[in-house]
Every structure is written in C-alpha cells, then in structure tokens.
Write a protein that binds this ligand. Structure first.
Ligand SMILES: *C/C=C(C)/C=C/C=C(C)/C=C/C1=C(C)CCCC1(C)C
Length: 239
C-alpha cells in the first residue's frame, strides 16, 4: 500500500482538502444553529446546511480520488452540482414564497440550472471537441437564471417580501452574477476549445489542474457564502 500525502506544492489536492474541511465545518454550523432559528426560517437554514453537507461528502470523495489518481474527479463534481445548484434555486423560492412565489418559478430555475450543468458536462467530457458550443448553451441558461433573479420574477417578488428579503435577494443575486461567473472561467481554462478556440493553457494536465483549483475556490465562496446570507436573513431583526 502506497502512502499518499499532499506535497506542499500540490495546490489541487490542497484545495480539495481545505474544501472538505470548510464544507464540513459550515454544515455543522448550520445544523446546530437550527435549534435557535425561528420557525419561519428553519427550512431555509436547513437547506443551507444540506447544500454544504452534500458538498462535504462529495469533497471528501473527490479529495481521495484526486490524491490517489492525480486526475480531475469530473463526474462526481457534476453529481455534486446537480444536487446542490437546484437546492440553491430552492432557497430563492423559499425566501420569496411569502410574497407569493409559485412552484412554477422554482421549476423554471431548476430546469435552467439543469440545462446549464448537463451541457457543461457534455463539453467537459463526452464532446470536448465542441466545448465552445456546449459552453455557450450552458452560458445561455446561466444568463436566464441571472435574468430571473435580477429583473424577472424573483426580483419582483423580493420587492414585495419586505426590506430584509429584498436585501438578501440582492446579495444572493451578486453571488449568482459574480460568484457563479467564476465557473465558466474554470471551464475556459480546462477545456480544449478555451475561449472561442483560443487555447489558454496548452498542456492538458496543467489545464485540468487550473480548472479544479478554480472550481474548488468557487464552490467554497458560493456554497458557504450563500448559506451565510440566508443565515443572516434568519437573524435579521424585523423577521
Ligand atoms: C455549488 C456549485 C455551484 C454554485 C455551481 C455552479 C456552476 C456553474 C454556474 C457553472 C456554469 C457553467 C457555465 C456558465 C458555462 C460553462 C460550463 C459551466 C457548467 C462551468
């Protein structure tokens, strides 16, 4: 049995390790705080904990996979996203529900997120030669989500849901606009098509390392950050 350890210059393995720890710690925090969360916000905080918990389990696996094989755990990365991104859509639905959000809005958000992720997966795996095309389709679904949150139904409902919900929705909207935009950067670095054919990192192995580091950083920011915005909403005075 080989003894596997993280070399001090192995940033891919290191960010998988830190990611695992951060997701675990965040999950413990959200779950333990449920006890002193008002009933109104309990489901939202629970969902925050589920998002980081699902990520923690995937990160634990991906960390080991990467350490043992040196490869990018693309499949489980996408399994994680397919579970957690729709749950982030659920958060938008839950906080605007009191202002009248309909279940149809939730399905629109979930559907768009699935299109975004499935097409991204095709571009990264089974049809890498057309990664630009898949990336563009995925980007279209992404901008539709941004639109719904910033100008569409989510934005309108948030305006009628009180100042605190409006403020939280704005911050979550920034996470989606800026924090989620980090992912296409990882995709551009890691796929052969790069940015409309411009190969940014020519060595495929280095390219996939960059991609993993970018994705790992983005996941920590977005999953934990999202949860903390929901948590602080649950603690805001007027609610
Ligand atoms: C917790 C995980 C999250 C918030 C993952 C989000 C992933 C994305 C926003 C991915 C977006 C992509 C594009 C917009 C184009 C290229 C392909 C993707 C899938 C990387």
């Amino acid at each position: 049995m080989e003894h596997l350890k993280i070399a001090s210059d192995n940033y891919v393995a290191f960010t998988f390790f830190i990611g695992t720890m951060a997701m675990m710690a965040a999950s413990v925090f959200f779950f333990f705080e449920l006890n002193n969360t008002s009933k109104k916000w309990r489901t939202s905080v629970l969902v925050s904990g589920l998002i980081t918990f699902i990520a923690a389990v995937h990160y634990y696996y991906m960390r080991g996979y990467n350490l043992q094989t040196g490869d990018s755990p693309t499949f489980f990365r996408y399994v994680d996203w397919i579970l957690t991104v729709p749950l982030m859509c659920v958060e938008f639905y839950l906080i605007t529900k009191k202002a009248g959000a309909k279940i149809g809005l939730l399905w629109k958000l979930i559907f768009a997120s699935l299109v975004m992720l499935v097409t991204g997966y095709f571009g990264e795996t089974i049809d890498r030669d057309n990664s630009v095309l898949w990336g563009v389709i995925s980007g279209g679904a992404y901008f539709y989500i941004v639109y719904l949150i910033w100008y569409g139904e989510v934005a309108q409902l948030a305006q009628n849901a009180g100042a605190q919900v409006a403020k939280a929705t704005k911050i979550l909207g920034w996470f989606v606009l800026v924090g989620w935009a980090i992912y296409p950067l990882g995709y551009i670095l890691g796929t052969p098509g790069g940015l409309f054919g411009a190969q940014i990192v020519s060595n495929p192995e280095t390219a996939s390392h960059y991609m993993d580091i970018v994705y790992n950083i983005a996941d920590a920011i977005n999953k934990i950050g999202f949860g903390l915005v929901i948590y602080s909403l649950s603690r805001s005075e007027e609610n």
